[in-house]
Every structure is written in C-alpha cells, then in structure tokens.
Write a protein that binds this ligand. Structure first.
Ligand SMILES: C[S@@+](CC[C@H](N)C(=O)[O-])C[C@H]1O[C@@H](n2cnc3c(N)ncnc32)[C@H](O)[C@@H]1O
Length: 212
C-alpha cells in the first residue's frame, strides 16, 4: 500500500467535503473502496480529477491504466459546442499528456466520443472504473453509456456525473437523468448521497453509480 498517496487522497477528500463540490470526494472514496487497476474518464478537461483518481488508485496498485477521452484542442474549432454540450473549455492533449505522464499509464483519445469510443471498443479492453463526465447533452451521454456499457466486466463501477435536480427544462435537454432512470431493470443504480448546489449556475448536481 502507498501510504503517501493514501494520505494525499484523504486530504483531498477532506477538502472536497468542506467545498461546494462534495460529490468529487465521493468519487475518490469509491476509488479507495473498489481499488481499480484501470480508470476510464470521459471528459478530461484540465486533468485535475484524472490526477486525483490516479493518485487514489495508485494507493493499491503500482501500475494503473488511465484512458481519457476529450475533444482537447479540437474543442476550439467546433462551433457552438459550449452551448450544445453545456461544456467547459479543455486543455490540449499535449498539455494533459505532460501533466499526467508520471501518474500512471496514460492513454488519451482526442475527438467526439461518438467516433473515439467505438474505435476504442474494438480493442476489447474491459475497464474497472469509469467516470462519464464529457458532453452534457442527453444525446452525447446516451452515446457514451452505450459504448461504456460494453466495456464493463462483472465488477466494473460506472459513475455518471450530472444527475440534475429541480430544473425540468434543463433535464429535458441535458444531464444523465433520462438515461439512468431507464437502467434499473438491468443494473444496480445507486444515487450517491451528496447533492452539490452550484449557486452560480443555479444547479443541483449528484453522482449516480451503476453496476451489474
Ligand atoms: C465537465 S468537463 C469534464 C470535467 C472533468 N471530468 C473533471 O472532473 O474535471 C467536460 C469535458 O468534456 C469534453 N467534451 C464535451 N463534449 C464532448 C464530446 N462530444 N466528445 C468528447 N469530449 C467532449 C469537453 O471538452 C470538456 O473538457
């Protein structure tokens, strides 16, 4: 066990617990609980959560495979993507590669996930822990779940970000609500306890865990 990473992760979790984004503390708690050797993240953005997830996973395993999907610099040549995906502006692939390079076995995939995920699926790699936090349109999350669901093994943990509360207009177009609410017949769906209130964006957000 890597005690330094363990302490670092516990400090990060405590910081999240005193912030307005407590759900990310839960994300790291889950990594400590399930000890994944492979982590796949849809929506890398600036790589901060990626680094924290890797640090937590490396408490238990020297070698952790990380697979990150994003538009990276392509984001800036796509018109209206910010509004279409209710998105954030990511760093470039080179920047992220450099930032994450010593933190695990890093594999980055640039482009829209409706193109990159099907190609990745051909590699037939099963993943232990998956965080879906890319484009926020229902269409994109549906696409991401479609491919992610095929990368699951018996013990895979899938975490969806962006389960929204209260704002029915928003929920009609964005977030994972529509997708996860239809999974309960086939999967175990758990709504994680912390609901963050993002006052600036007038949003309440929760993580949802899906397992077989
Ligand atoms: C909310 S941010 C990800 C945040 C990150 N997971 C974290 O916790 O820090 C969403 C990211 O998804 C990317 N993105 C949005 N739509 C996408 C799409 N259709 N395909 C691939 N990436 C997309 C954006 O470039 C952005 O970096």
């Amino acid at each position: 066990m890597n005690f330094l990473n363990y302490i670092k992760t516990k400090i990060t979790i405590t910081r999240y617990n005193y912030s307005n984004i407590k759900r990310y503390g839960q994300l790291l708690e889950l990594i400590l609980k399930f000890k994944p050797k492979s982590v796949l993240e849809i929506g890398v953005y600036k790589g901060l959560r990626s680094a924290q997830m890797l640090s937590a996973a490396k408490v238990f395993s020297n070698e952790v495979n990380y697979y990150g999907f994003d538009l990276f610099e392509n984001f800036y040549s796509e018109e209206k993507i910010l509004d279409k995906e209710l998105s954030k502006k990511p760093n470039s692939l080179d920047n992220i590669q450099n930032f994450l390079k010593n933190r695990g076995k890093i594999n980055l995939y640039k482009g829209f996930t409706n193109e990159t995920l099907p190609k990745f699926l051909n590699k037939k790699i099963k993943i232990d822990f998956i965080f879906i936090d890319g484009g926020h349109s229902i269409e994109t999350i549906k696409n991401d779940w479609f491919y992610v669901s095929k990368m699951m093994h018996e013990k895979t943990i899938v975490i969806f970000d962006d389960f929204y509360h209260d704002d029915q207009d928003l929920i009609k177009r964005f977030g994972c609500n529509n997708i996860v609410s239809n999974l309960e017949n086939k999967y175990k769906v758990k709504y994680l306890p912390n609901i963050d209130n993002i006052v600036k964006k007038k949003l309440k957000i929760q993580l949802v865990q899906v397992t077989l």
